[in-house]
Design a protein around this ligand. Structure first.
Ligand code: UDP
Length: 325
């Protein structure tokens, strides 16, 4: 198949591209390199089945042509990372709303199936326990830039659902839960590469808030396997899926695991949210996926342990070039 991957040079995108090439597909990437780097594709640059276009998904004629040539579209291009999104609220909204709109418009015109990347952020402040796909979402004020990412991704999901319901366009939305792995950068906020970089440099590990907030970290290899399997399962289309591992850990405990696995002399320091992020930031206390729908559909759910994932990231972490902020 000819597969179009928007955001294919990004962290999750580049792993997905690897998986698609390994399955024998021709892959066309469109990526603006705003928060990604071309070196993410280094191992595959010479592969004749890979084509890379450096441009924005907001380029409408380009997207129309690229979608028309593809058999399937993975739409991953998005403004990502809490830090980046807070610093660029307008650009984030434009990319995440208009970008998805353009991709789905072209997909509808050319009748091409689309898999849209979403996020566990759409659950907002709902921290009631393992979150099912049809659970309520609890958003803060629409005036707070902290919620713009979740608002845009929720709208993307709604758009994908509406195209399926009204236009019979095959769409799938997948909600990623704190995906981690090699090539993820800490520059835009993500906690695991930040902690690993700090630990390898024996610098203080910066835990925000009281460190008792929890997350479920999911290995990127599992994520890629799951999304490819979903796309290859007919019954999966027209729906939304949590893609994550349902084992939670507090951020303080994560810092301790990283210190131990890197044999670091780093100490943990606690930074108030008001210092870590701009004013009015509300963090999620807890975010656990219910993955029963994913498992029922593809017979599998992410299961690589956190320690195994951390070991793989540490083993290839670029110690010389790892800015934390
Ligand atoms: N976090 C932290 N120190 C950092 C970066 C992040 O304690 O240097 C915390 C952050 O406040 C959140 C958790 O780690 O509670 C996960 O943050 P990340 O930005 O990776 O993902 P998200 O907030 O989207 O789950």
């Amino acid at each position: 198949m000819k597969v179009l991957v928007t955001g294919g040079a990004g962290f999750i995108g580049s792993h997905l591209v690897e998986g698609l090439l390994a399955r024998g597909h021709d892959v066309h990437i469109i990526d603006s390199l705003t928060t990604s780097v071309r070196t993410n594709l280094a191992h595959h640059e010479s592969n004749p089945r890979l084509r890379v276009t450096i441009d924005s998904v907001l380029n409408e004629p380009l997207m129309d042509a690229a979608v028309s040539e593809a058999d399937l579209v993975y739409h991953l291009a998005a403004a990502v990372g809490v830090k980046w999104v807070l610093e660029h609220p307008l650009k984030s909204l434009q990319t995440n709303l208009r970008g998805t709109d353009l991709v789905l418009t072209a997909a509808d015109k050319h009748r091409k199936p689309v898999r849209v990347a979403s996020t566990s952020e759409v659950y907002g402040k709902n921290d009631s326990g393992p979150l099912r796909e049809d659970d309520d979402r609890i958003m803060g004020s629409s005036q707070l830039s902290r919620w713009f990412y979740a608002i845009a991704k929720s709208a993307d999901e709604a758009l994908a659902a509406a195209y399926w319901q009204e236009r019979n366009l095959p769409t799938i939305a997948v909600r990623f839960f704190n995906t981690i792995g090699p090539r993820q950068t800490g520059r835009y906020g993500m906690v695991v590469p930040r902690f690993i970089g700090q630990a390898l440099r024996n610098e203080p590990i910066t835990v925000y808030g009281d460190g008792q907030q929890t997350r479920c970290f999911t290995y990127v290899g599992d994520v890629v396997k799951s999304v490819i399997a979903l796309t290859e399962t007919d019954a999966a289309w027209g729906d939304v899926y949590n893609v994550g591992r349902n084992s939670e850990i507090s951020i303080t405990a994560l810092a301790q695991r990283v210190i131990e696995l890197t044999n670091s002399t780093s100490e943990i320091v606690y930074i108030p949210y008001s210092e870590a992020y701009s004013g009015g930031f509300e963090d999620m206390r807890r975010r656990v996926p219910d993955v029963s729908k994913l498992r029922a559909t593809i017979g599998y759910a992410p299961d690589t342990t956190l320690d195994d994932a951390l070991r793989q990231i540490i083993a290839v972490y670029p110690t010389s070039t790892a800015p934390v902020s």
